[in-house]
Design a protein around this ligand. Sequence first.
Ligand SMILES: CC(=O)SCCNC(=O)CCNC(=O)[C@H](O)C(C)(C)COP(=O)(O)OP(=O)(O)OC[C@H]1O[C@@H](n2cnc3c(N)ncnc32)[C@H](O)[C@@H]1OP(=O)(O)O
Ligand SMILES: CC(C)C(=O)C(=O)O
Ligand SMILES: [Mg+2]
Length: 515
Amino acid sequence: MSNLVKIFDTTLRDGEQSPGASMNLEEKMRLAHKLAQLGVDIIEVGFPASSPGDFESVNQIAQQVKGPVICGLARTGHADIQTCWEAIKPAEKKRIHVFIATSDIHLEHKLRISREQALAEITSGVGLAASLCDDVEFSAEDASRSDPDFLAQAVATALEAGATTINIPDTVGYALPDEFTERIKYLYKKVPQLKKATVSVHCHDDLGLAVANSLAGIKAGARQVEGCINGIGERAGNASIEEVVMMLATREKALGLTTNINRKEIYPASRLVSMITGVTVQPNKAIVGANAFAHESGIHVDGVLKNPLTYEIMTPEEVGIGQNNLVLGKHSGRAALKARLADMGYELDRDNVEKLFQAFKRLADKKKEVFNEDLEALIADEILRIPLRWRLDYLNIVSGTVTVPTATVRIFDCEELKQEFGSGSGPVDAVYNTISKITGSKAKLLRFTISAITGGLDAQGEVTVRLGENGLVVLGKSSDSDILVAAAKAYINGLNRLEYLKTHGPRLSAQESSL
Ligand SMILES: CC(=O)SCCNC(=O)CCNC(=O)[C@H](O)C(C)(C)COP(=O)(O)OP(=O)(O)OC[C@H]1O[C@@H](n2cnc3c(N)ncnc32)[C@H](O)[C@@H]1OP(=O)(O)O
Ligand SMILES: CC(C)C(=O)C(=O)O
Ligand SMILES: [Mg+2]
C-alpha cells in the first residue's frame, strides 16, 4: 500500500457550508490558487447544480487553476451530474464526486427511498459519471451510521459502476476512532475489489474527533483525507487539513506516511481563509492559532531558550509562520514591501502592489511597525474587495457616559459626496444609522464581531458584519487601527456587497445568494 496520503481540500464546498462563510467568485478563485500553491491533491470547488453562481465559480476555477484535480459535487440525479461535468470540463485534471446517503435514518426520513432504490441510484449516478469522466468519487453519506453490510453493498455497487475513489464520511461526527478503523477494515474484508480503489475519509468534528477519526481511517488503509483549512465546514466543521498534515509530518517515523503538501504555505492559507470567510481562528487552535507557538510560563520559556525541542514538537517556520527580521514601517519602500509579500506567499501584479503600497504608507503613518497580519488585512481591504459604490470619506463621532452618541459621516456615492448626521444607542449604532440614512439602505445588521488582529497598543481591529436584506445575506469586513473607522468601513463594505449582489447575483456563491 502506498505511503502517500492524498489531501482532498473541501474548504470551497463543505467549508463554505459553514454559516456565514460564503465567498464570491473572486474570493474563491484567490483561495483556489492558494490551495494549489499549498499542494493539495484535489480541490472540491463547489456543487455546480446548486446555483448558477456555484456553476460559474467551479467553471472559472476549472479553467484557471492548474495543478490539483478539480472536483465538483453532485447528487445521484442525472441533471446534477451533467451540470457538474459541464462545470469541471475545462480542467486539466477533473473529478466528479457523486454522493447519496446510505444510513436508514437518511433513507427513510430524508430521501424517502428503500435500500434497493438507493443501490439503483448509485448504479445510475456513478455509471453516468464514469461514462463522462475517468476519475469518479463516490461518497456514502452518513456511512458511520449505516448498516455495515448495506454500506458494503453500496460500496461494491459504486465500484461496479465505475467509481475510482470510495469515500467513507462520518457526516455527523458520530464515530469513535476504534469503531471507524473497524468499519473500514470490515469494508476491505467484505469488498475485496476495494483494494483497487482509493479509500477516502471525510470526518466532521461534532465530538471533536474529526482528526482522530481521519487518522483511524488512515490506519485502516485510507489514502485520501478530506478536510478544510482551519477546520471550517458544516456545523462544528471538518477535519482540519493543517492538523492532519502536521500530524503525518511530525509523527512520520511512527506512521511512515507522507503528503504532497508544501507546509510553508499552511499559515498563509489559514490566514487567507480566515480573512475571506470572516471566520476567525481561535488563539489556542493547533498549528495556526496565535498561541500555537507562544510560550509565557517561566519554566517553559527557560526550556525553550535552552533548546526549543523541550516544548516545541515542530517549528513555526515549518508551517510558514515567518521569523522575519526586516521591519516594515513608514520608512520602507516598495522593494521591502514586495519582499515581505513574497515571503508571505503573495505574488501580486504591479497594479496591485502599487495599490497596496499606497494603503501601506497610509497605515505606516499611523503605526510604528506594520506586521504581516496588517498586510493581510490590507490585502483583504484593497485587493479582494469588490467594485465599490460607496466609500468612506470622513467620520466624526461624539460619545461618552453623559452624551447621546452621535456621528457625522461623509461618504462618496460613486463620485458624489454626501454627508449626514445621526445618533444611536452607542457609537457604532450612531455610525450605522447615519450610513443607512446616506445610502438609503434597509439592510439589517445580523452579526457584528470585532477582534484585534495584531498585538500591542497600536493593534489593528478587524470588524466583520453580517447584513441581510430581502433574503440576501452578505459579509462585510474591514480593519483599521481605529475600531470605529473599521466598523464604519466594514458596514460600507457589506452594503457594497449587497449592491453588487443585486446587480451581479449569479456571480456570487450559492449560499450568499440563497440565504
Ligand atoms: C452532507 C453534505 O454536505 S451534502 C451537501 C450539502 N450542501 C448543500 O445542500 C448546499 C447546496 N444545496 C442547495 O443549493 C439546494 O439544496 C439544492 C439546489 C441542491 C436543492 O434544492 P431543492 O431542489 O430546493 O431541494 P432541497 O434543498 O429542499 O432538498 C434536497 C433534495 O435533494 C434530495 N437529495 C439529497 N441528497 C441527495 C442525493 N445524494 N442524491 C439525490 N437526491 C438527494 C433530497 O431528498 C431532497 O429531495 P426532495 O426535494 O425530492 O425532497
Ligand atoms: C457530501 C459528503 C461527502 C459530505 O460532505 C458529508 O458526508 O459530510
Ligand atoms: Mg461533509
